[in-house]
Design a protein around this ligand. Structure first.
Ligand code: GDG
Length: 473
């Protein structure tokens, strides 16, 4: 088997299984941001990617795909239910998003999480060359860093946490809070979206494990009685900004944007929301605010429409099933009360679209609504900005999204304050072109300067620095 100098470990492989017309199976690169981020790095280095192929009980041998060695980790249907839908998406996800939904603590889920994390760690260990760098991704795999370090002390290990890390008062609910911290501390570099996430983590480590922390360093005792310094700091993730700008320049996509506005009856203001259908995204708060604006008569359906893309997500988890019902009830009520034969208040799309259509929607939208109640970063905010090559459009951005730390020129809101949100939406709808331009230019500068390649480069540079120090010892 080929051994790799750089190994990425993520819940999912960067490919989706597809069947062609004659019933044959193949693989297609998945559209995710992480895949785009790491593609150039993986090509450059002797890279391998360890992950689940996305279907239960699918056993596949390692294979090459567009220059990357892919190592599939099989999950049974039970494991998908307990490790993925259970512990990852119904325990950790709600707990780490400030218990917006109540986390469920189930011992069988935890047991499956431990078992599956072990399997990922073993797969990574088997493909990593001597002294290789391993980069573990996200909350499904928090135990992998320590498991890997124990099996392979020669490796340099990084971990990036894509979602928030909660304040200690909430984190401490987790029945397995020590094990998770110890799992993460197996990494040499532990990356977070915001400075607050990194400091919440350091505080949990101090309170639970009594380890010494200083600025971004955490002194971790190793099994042999020595100590080492783990780095816990913010590396805010971004997008491939150029590829969005390129799409936004395409004549067919610009024509499609015009067609979308036309189809909506050419209202003065098109508001847009694009989210996975998730309770962290504040979709209900946004609908409520828009419904009240119509109710108060501040805007009418002839001059304002809200387009809400809510792409299907985690459809077997109970809280998501409930949320979908609530949202669809709200949309039905608001539309029923305010639609006319020719105009609709909310164009609700419970569908996933190709990226080209997303960019056409961004171009068609006067006001982008990002009203997350809690969000690690929120890439949609950055994608909207990157697409607005015309320097027009207004971004309304929740202060509870990680993106708020960088995107200071957005119109900031607290989504819980419905009156404040309504006022911000009105202000955005009426904002003069000059102010839109000033804000959008500042936002675009930020997103272009700190794009996804800057993100992966800075994380890998931090790992390189660790490796160089180790070699010097
Ligand atoms: C997690 C963290 C963090 C959505 N619907 C469609 C579609 N999307 C794309 C968006 C964007 C991505 O999915 C969603 O990324 P977000 O960042 O907005 O949110 P999460 O999925 O919750 O991601 C988050 C992120 O990880 C990265 O670290 O920012 O805070 O929660 O790219 O455009 N794309 C297409 N069709 C859709 O229908 N093509």
């Amino acid at each position: 088997m080929t051994l790799a100098d750089l190994v990425v470990v993520a819940n999912r492989l960067p490919v989706d299984r597809v069947s062609d017309a004659d019933g044959g199976d193949g693989w297609r690169r998945s559209p995710g941001g992480l895949v785009t981020a790491l593609e150039p790095v993986m090509r450059r280095e002797d890279g391998a990617w360890v992950g689940w192929p996305g279907q239960p009980d699918l056993e596949v041998e390692p294979f090459e795909f567009e220059g990357t060695h892919l190592v599939p980790v099989a999950l049974s249907a039970d494991e998908v239910e307990n490790y993925y839908e259970g512990f990852s998406n119904d325990t950790i996800w709600p707990l780490y998003h400030d218990v917006i939904a109540a986390p469920q603590y189930r011992r069988v889920w935890w047991e499956a999480y431990v078992r599956v994390n072990r399997r990922f760690a073993e797969a990574a260990a088997s493909v990593a060359a001597e002294g290789a760098t391993v980069w573990v991704q996200d909350y499904q795999l928090q135990l992998v860093p320590q498991l890997l370090r124990t099996a392979r002390p020669d490796l340099t290990i990084g971990y990036f946490h894509h979602i928030p890390f909660p304040a200690y008062g909430l984190y401490s609910q987790l029945p397995w809070r020590r094990q998770v911290l110890e799992g993460l501390l197996g990494a040499d570099v532990i990356g977070f979206q915001r400075v607050t996430d990194a400091s919440n983590f350091a505080r949990a480590v101090r309170r639970q494990l009594r380890y010494e922390t200083k600025a971004t360093g955490i002194r971790v005792p190793d099994a042999d009685g020595t100590t080492r310094l783990a780095l816990a700091k913010a590396f805010p993730i971004s997008i491939d900004a150029t590829s969005y700008a390129d799409l936004a320049r395409r004549p067919d996509i610009r024509a499609r944007a015009a067609e979308i506005r036309e189809g909506l009856g050419n209202p003065h203001t098109v508001f847009l929301g694009v989210d996975r259908l998730d309770y962290t995204k504040g979709i209900r708060h946004r609908l409520k605010a828009f419904g009240e604006i119509l109710e108060d008569g501040r805007l009418g359906v002839e001059n304002a429409t809200l387009v809400q893309v809510a792409s299907p997500s985690r459809e077997r988890v109970e809280s998501y099933i409930q949320l979908r019902d609530e949202i669809e009830l709200m949309v039905g009520r608001i539309n029923g009360d305010h639609d006319t034969v020719g105009h609709t208040a909310i164009r609700y799309l419970h569908q996933a679209f190709p990226r080209e259509e997303m960019v056409a929607l961004f171009l068609a939208a006067d006001v982008m609504l990002v009203t997350a109640l809690r969000d690690g970063m929120n890439l949609v905010a950055k994608e909207y900005v990157a697409s607005r090559i015309d320097n027009r459009g207004v971004l309304i951005l929740s202060e509870f999204a990680g993106a708020a730390d960088e995107l200071g020129s957005a119109v900031r809101i607290n989504p819980h304050d419905i009156d404040g949100l309504k006022d911000a939406m009105m202000r955005a709808a009426e904002m003069p072109a000059a102010e839109q331009g000033r804000r959008m230019r500042a936002l675009r500068r930020k997103v272009i300067e700190n794009d996804i390649s800057a993100w992966s480069a800075s994380f890998l540079a931090a790992l390189d620095a660790v490796r160089t120090q180790k070699d010097a010892r």
